[in-house]
Design a protein around this ligand. Sequence first.
Ligand code: SF4
Length: 736
Amino acid sequence: MTDSTKTLCPYCGVGCGLDVTPPAQRGQATNRDSEGRPIWKVRGDRAHPSSHGMVCVKGATISESLDKDRLKYPMMRDSLDEPFRQVSWEDALEAITNRMRKLLVTKGADAICMYGSGQFQTEDYYIAQKLLKGCLGTNNFDANSRLCMSSAVSGYIQSFGSDGPPCCYEDLELTDCAFLIGTNTAECHPIIFNRLRKHHKKNKKVKMIVVDPRRTETAEAADLHLAIRPGTDIDLLNGIAYLLMQWGHYDSVFIDECTAGFPEFSEVLQHYPPETVAQRCGISIADLETAARYWGESERVLSLWSMGVNQSSEGTAKVRHIINLHLMTGNIGKPGAGPFSLTGQPNAMGGREAGGLSHILPGYRLVKNPQHRQEVEQLWGLPAGQISPYPGRTAWDMITGLETGEVGLLWVAATNPAVSMPDLERTKAALKRSPFTVYQDAYYPTETATYAHVLLPAAQWSEKTGVMTNSERVVTLCPQFRNPPGEARADWEIFAEVGRRLGFVEQFSFKNSQEVYAEFTQLTRRRLCESTGISHERLQAHGPIQWPCQEGEEIFTAEAKRLYTEFRFPTPDGRARFSAYHSRGLAEPPDPNYPLVLTTGRLYGHWHTQTRTGRIPKIQQMHPNPFIEIHPRDAKPLGIEEDAWVEVRSRRGFARFPAKITKAIAPGTVFVPMHWGALWADNAEANALTHPQACPDSLQPELKACAVKLVPVATITEGEQFQPAVDQMFSSPLSV
Ligand code: SF4
């Protein structure tokens, strides 16, 4: 193949368009990776509606990771103590299907689990749902999106009656006031931030509010930075709403005609006068009033949030109280306004459409809804009642299922739970107990491969054809433009092959991913995420397409679509719902033994657990080491100086980092990046410290906050070992 290929960046949910050309195009210098291999040249696709040709360092360097440390052949071993031996696909798939058959007889389908990824293309997601939820009859498919944005999903469903971010990126350039809460957009969604920042700089009247305990690059650019105490988001949101009510900045017509539950919400607000809120949040009354004034005086307010809101034991309530502000001011369904969740992974949105969490089904359907199950069973050609009415195991429930012995087969694909799950020592201990773990990935080694019995080599982005949906509901075709290494296969092909071997030949008789996508879109008909007007052929011909898009609909790529422009919502009465909730604060608040709150986050250059970016020298040089940010007020009494090694201890584990003493972090809070697993540094795993307590609605763990103490390493005496606290908060398996 010699022509350039238009595709999508496979890193984050911004979803930037890329234009990729082969290593040796005539008239071009050949780019080479650090080991001298020719690499594909990547630049931004100017025609892509979401990114207009912009890319960040991750997108720009993606091709450097494609040939490094690839898993090329299936491997197996009988126990974790043995080395892997190369096997044929036949042997590997026979081992998996034999194990499945045995479990179906001895323990039932619920002993089988799959943990997938927002790195999947929609076709991979869809076939995995059909295999697990349809043919095997267990809803035990969950994805790493559970750790990322499941609170946004449940917040949208509870407030609007359906999942689906109502906004689009064009709103970044049309808003009067951007309210960024729990998102370091400048580093984690850089191209979205570029678009917003340009608009903000050009228009002096446009306001930007950033809510974050850290003074991040995003906060530096704001007109108002509210460095609230971790866990006080709902107090702040209710405090802003209190002032909007008091000052008469609410849209009574919208509230009367388009919403329900306002009286209960206004009753809750009585408890949030400015003095109380400012004191709880640790901010000044003046700053709180400024935030409310910016909201109240703006015609179009756009809220943006990501993991800082979602990764919380009250994540759904936080999302709903952001939405409350939009409902009370009528800031939805119009240009420049709305509650906009920014997804972390490149195709977490496609995963939501395809039913890629343990409580949902394709086409924004719910496992618990009998009509939804019936519709899916019919299209899949399965008998009535085949799909279980019970939500399956979440990511964390799979870990506890290994602890109790209920899980007999764990299949992990395109994700790295041995770094990214909470309470990592407990997670690793559970993985060690797994009787049979299949790990399917493009790379080797990874931390999770250490716990696998079978390794399956996966073709990754660039080596298979499929689609991905970004945060603004734009679907882009990612065509294959290079060959997979060795015997690597597309994820969906592996799942389909297992399905056929289990006897579901008709259900998995797809010739290519084009056919898979065509079948999937049939399940979106008359749903909010309708995509029947989208196909591989149309994407190839027109470029990216935003949903909803019905069959036969003409496509105008220049025209961005918003949801709820007629102010009717997919609830039984067409009204959006207010939430009335009092914050419970953090699941594990600081106390005298563990006096600080640890918050975790991402850095500009790295992606998640470094499976790709750790193999790119330019990015390693940009972020060579993990670190801990400590406020001078917390560092001084402990005698901690810049660059001194600090041991961070929580009730569950410890990690060590060099100190960065900075006023950018609020006193009482410390920050560590979450990118370093055991492969990349010793004892620098942020999740060795975090806990698995989760939001009761979204079941998303509170990865953003736990109680810790600091011990300067220089003061630790020889032989002194870290011991988990006797007062373990969460010692028994959780049923979140
Ligand atoms: Fe890729 Fe996200 Fe960077 Fe865009 S912002 S180039 S999608 S990592």
